[in-house]
Ligand binder design. Structure first.
Ligand SMILES: Nc1ncnc2c1ncn2[C@@H]1O[C@H](COP(=O)(O)OP(=O)(O)OP(=O)(O)O)[C@@H](O)[C@H]1O
Length: 413
């Protein structure tokens, strides 16, 4: 049985625009480049006094008996901003999205949309567009009727419905498919229709829950590109995008909220979170970084230049993500593609032993064990096997020129 799509109340429409603006008092913060600036983060962190957040989540908690599915989530999404909720299975991402959509009632906390408290409103009063992973189209309705569903429910005049349906289908490249039934479409096409249906009601807020996960890899990549285009076409829409796939989060999100065990663990602008992860969990989850055991040489402040740590057989310059004391245990964040291979006796390299190689097409993944007391595993991606010794042989691993980020150990977070 397909889920019932969100049917909006009748908000003020802005003629000629696909999207309603909650308020025009202040331009929405939006970074042109998610990989980019801290400025965007600072702008996005506060929606500003003149404009309440498009999505406001405060202390949101959802419990099922003894299971806490979501624990005190605080998150604000500005108009025009995309925030990805990223985390492993069971971390509470979908629960957060369902609570914002109104599909479940939180145990505690508040949800506001453009400042309006909707915590106790049913889904069809919230005016939100929702897309879930398995399309959830009505099988007995043609594509155009599926897309028109929310508009008809809000009694939009017939001619206007036709125009808005055509516009929404056009946005997702499905203008020619209005008379088909969902069963006559591929999975990717069905998901495009589901997106058109969510957009047809011109929502100021769009919630996407793993919208690409039911598609095969090639289609996923295509549709990801189309979502990026759609994002650009909808500059005023606030988007919450639930995914466990870091590629989607990196490609689409202005900011990423990393979830773990029902809690928000880290939240920052996409580029900064990737480059300077504050915790070992985020470093490993976002970019599959190696976490090399390190010991801080002397007291240092966060970001302090000149900080050093001992790693394996080396003492290296590091970029501390927070203040550390001398002799603190910490972890050095080293992404596999930033490491290079050298002779084991070359100066300034980590000594290790090669234990595996795996051809991945564009790169080879080398697995090595560091010459340290615990034999830490290090993954290293190289473009060729030139200079790589045979399995079991000693190998040198060179760190990147720029200091690697130093994060606390799990125990220290
Ligand atoms: N109806 C329910 N009854 C009991 N527990 C639930 C219910 N729905 C979710 N949970 C539990 O709440 C936790 C969070 O679930 P949620 O679906 O939000 O995770 P998720 O991060 O979206 O995972 P996935 O990526 O697998 O969808 C999980 O431990 C899950 O088992």
């Amino acid at each position: 049985m397909p889920a019932v799509p969100a049917v909006p109340a009748a908000p003020d429409k802005k003629p000629g625009s696909l999207i309603e603006r909650p308020t025009d008092d202040m331009p929405a913060p939006r970074s042109a480049d998610p990989a980019g600036s801290a400025d965007a983060a600072d702008a996005a962190d506060s929606a500003g006094p003149a404009e309440p957040a498009a999505i406001g989540i405060t202390g949101l908690t959802v419990r099922y008996g003894a299971v806490t599915a979501l624990d005190s989530l605080d998150l604000h999404v500005a108009r025009g901003e995309t925030v990805a909720l990223l985390g492993p299975s069971g971390s509470g991402k979908s629960t957060a999205l369902k609570a914002v959509a109104g599909f479940l009632r939180p145990t505690a906390g508040r949800v506001t949309l453009a400042g309006r408290d909707v915590t106790h409103e049913p889904p069809n009063k919230r005016g939100i567009g929702v897309v879930v992973q398995n399309y959830a189209l009505f099988p007995h309705m043609r594509v155009a009727d599926n897309v028109a569903f929310g508009l008809r429910a809000r009694r939009v005049p017939r001619a206007e419905v036709a125009r808005q349906v055509a516009e929404a289908l056009d946005m997702v490249g499905m203008a020619a498919y209005g008379r088909r039934y969902p069963r006559e479409l591929s999975g990717g096409q069905q998901q495009r229709v589901a997106i058109a249906r969510a957009l047809a009601i011109r929502p100021p807020v769009l919630l996407l829950d793993e919208p690409l996960s039911a598609l095969d890899a090639a289609l996923r990549a295509d549709l990801l590109g189309e979502l990026q285009q759609l994002r650009a076409d909808l500059p005023d829409v606030a988007i919450m995008y639930v995914t466990h796939d870091q590629t989607e989060a990196l490609a689409l999100a202005d900011r990423i909220a990393v979830m773990r065990d029902a809690r928000l663990v880290d939240l920052d602008v996409t580029g900064r979170l990737y480059r300077r992860p504050p915790s070992p969990f985020t470093a490993a989850f976002l970019g599959a970084a190696n976490l090399l055991p390190a010991r801080v040489v002397s007291d240092c402040a966060a970001d302090a230049a000149g900080t050093q740590a001992r790693v394996g057989n080396l003492t290296v310059a590091v970029d501390p993500s927070r203040a550390f004391r001398a002799d603190d245990d910490a972890l050095l964040v080293a992404r596999p593609h930033t490491l290079t291979v050298a002779a084991p006796d070359a100066p300034g390299v980590l000594r290790a032993r090669l234990t595996g190689t795996q051809w991945r097409g564009a790169t080879y993944r080398l697995t090595c064990l560091l010459d340290d007391p615990v034999g830490t595993e290090v993954r290293c991606d190289v473009s060729s096997l030139d200079g790589v010794p045979s399995l079991g042989a000693a190998i040198g691993i060179a760190l990147p020129d720029a200091p690697c980020v130093l994060v606390p150990t799990e125990a220290g977070t």
